[in-house]
Design a protein around this ligand. Sequence first.
Ligand code: CA
Length: 222
Amino acid sequence: MSILLVEDDRAIADGIVDGLRENGYSVTHVVMGSEAILKVRNGGITTVILDLGLPDMDGTEVCRQIRAFSHVPIIVASARETEMDRVDVLELGADDYLVKPFGIRELVARIHAVIRRATGTGTPITLLTVGSLVIDTKERSVHVGGDSVVLTPKEFDLLTYLAREPGTVFRRSDILRDVWQTTWYGTTKTLDAHVASIRKKLGNPAWIESARGVGFVLKDQS
Ligand code: CA
């Protein structure tokens, strides 16, 4: 799978390239919007990660031009975070939108999601299955071995977050940022409480394992 990263900030680009390569992706990095369009034209790109502020043209224009000839999944990654920008890029045909700064795991999860959607039936995948655990992200329902599990909204968000990549350790700071939208580390006790509650409700504490000092990982218990 070849990811095309379009990013003019060298430090950000290096971090993303390293992170994606560690996760097994091959990555091509370009700085200019015009180069990006050319690369997609040449083929072999499975997903585009697109910055909006580029030296030669605006990312929204890159998005529009790629969409004129290609259905390749595009994830816009930008520090612009007004609602308007989100609407704009999605209307231009981008598949997803990530606000900088973001963690590499979050990016990988989004890449998986857009590729699944692109190669699937065209409808978003709403069922997450990890062994006997089945999460319906549209209905927001959870079943273990066919039994319904009632979670609070935040517990549901947390479990879904971990279940998108079973076996991957998610750092506390990433979980707090992505699920609670906070960087306030006082929330870490809240995180522990939610994990304890989910473990109890799932009927087996081994579903969510603590990686000491790092974070949490969902483990298949089927
Ligand atoms: Ca930029």
